[in-house]
Design a protein around this ligand. Structure first.
Ligand SMILES: [Zn+2]
Length: 81
């Protein structure tokens, strides 16, 4: 099980408490679609950190600068050894 240097367990189960959305997608989606159904987001590492990108609009949603720091992460799917 992955853990931070401080011993905090990094779970690989869904723990999202706030979702990222493209503002333009939220404005364009139909009333019967959820933001999740309409979203076309890519998430990936960049040279400075981590970015969420809207594929539909070709625009930035979020770009986090890690400021040169390395952060502990859990990269395993649930059930993986
Ligand atoms: Zn969008």
């Amino acid at each position: 099980m992955a853990a931070s240097k401080k011993g905090r367990v990094i779970p690989n189960t869904r723990g999202i408490t706030m979702f990222m959305h493209c503002r333009r997608c939220l404005a364009e989606k139909s009333a019967d679609q959820s933001p999740r159904e309409f979203a076309r987001l890519e998430v990936g590492f960049t040279e400075i950190g981590l970015q969420v990108w809207c594929v539909r609009h070709g625009c930035n949603v979020l770009h986090i600068d890690f400021e040169g720091q390395r952060h502990p992460a859990n990269m395993k799917a649930p059930g993986a050894q």
